[in-house]
Ligand binder design. Structure first.
Ligand SMILES: C[S@@+](CC[C@H](N)C(=O)[O-])C[C@H]1O[C@@H](n2cnc3c(N)ncnc32)[C@H](O)[C@@H]1O
Length: 273
């Protein structure tokens, strides 16, 4: 691991975030494996996992490329990468190399990569364009950049709808908008791809709905219970609205009638021609 740390990830890097990312990954493993297959990632390839976090996505890529392949796992969090390294050792995975630092500062040798993967990274970048350019340079002709990013985060709702739930989602969207964050960054990818010389091979929204006890429910549950108190602390969500949301959530869990419609993610495969 190189000596560099800028640990500004908005959701934090503590144990509760590692647990949340693990649940989130369990909920999305099937979709990750599907996009890796669709993108043509296979045995022996060299792939970079951008914004890898504690490595749950890197471990899946490592299984696909096998011991003759190589996974470069890049993140700004030293804590996440330390978890990744310990977990790799525990699982007996030897093909992952960690790289500490911002993805924007990557110097990739031209044509050195078969593939790149990122999930829920570009939403957190101030500007995703330089990264897409770096990746395009690093890919060999025919190489792919597979991404799983939000295309409509604000679609999240209770089904049937509950006003207190809608207010919480509106507060999240307003906060991200005010902080200049492009949460629905997948919508920008065709433009970013074109300016970086990549073609859009595949774009497909993934919409999911789950009842209490489902992975979808757990995913949303853990996110909102960590994130909404942060919004209250930041003065971006009124305490009374938060209390109303908690009451509505607890009632949904007791009644067991509602479903949760999750944020809509988009599978995107870009190709270097
Ligand atoms: C929502 S997490 C997703 C982690 C992982 N991709 C997954 O799907 O489980 C976002 C990750 O991006 C990392 N990150 C945020 N900004 C970054 C940057 N500029 N360069 C590298 N990593 C960054 C964070 O540290 C965090 O691990």
């Amino acid at each position: 691991m190189q000596a560099h740390e800028t640990d500004a990830y908005i959701l934090g890097t503590e144990d509760d975030e590692i647990t949340r990312l693990r649940t989130q990954h369990v909920s999305w493993t099937r979709q990750q494996l599907d996009i890796l297959e669709r993108a043509g990632i296979r045995d022996g390839q060299h792939v970079i996992d951008l914004g890898c976090g504690p490595g749950f996505t890197s471990f899946e890529i490592a299984e696909v490329v096998g011991s003759t392949g190589r996974v470069l796992a890049r993140d700004t969090s030293e804590r996440f990468l330390a978890f990744l390294e310990a977990e790799s050792a525990r699982r007996g995975i030897t093909c992952i190399e960690t790289s500490l630092g911002p993805v924007e500062g990557l110097a990739l040798a031209p044509g050195s990569l078969d593939g790149a993967y990122s999930r829920w990274l570009l939403s957190w970048l101030e500007d995703a364009a330089p990264l897409v350019h770096h990746v395009s340079t690093g890919l060999r002709p025919g190489g792919c950049f597979a991404l799983q990013e939000y295309i409509d985060w604000g679609a999240m709702s209770a089904v049937p709808r509950i006003p207190a739930f809608d207010r919480a989602i509106e507060a999240c969207m307003a906060y991200w908008h005010a902080s200049g964050q492009t949460i629905n960054v997948a919508a920008d990818l065709p433009r970013l791809a074109k300016s970086a010389g990549l073609t859009v091979e595949h774009m497909e929204p993934v919409a999911r709905l789950g009842a209490i006890g489902s992975l979808e429910w757990r995913w949303v549950d853990e996110f909102l219970h960590i994130w909404l108190p942060k919004l209250v602390a930041a003065g971006a969500f009124a305490r009374a609205d938060y209390d109303a949301w908690r009451e509505a959530w607890d009632a949904m869990e007791t009644e067991g009638i509602h479903r949760i419609f999750t944020p809509i993610v988009c599978d995107v495969v870009l190709r270097k021609v």
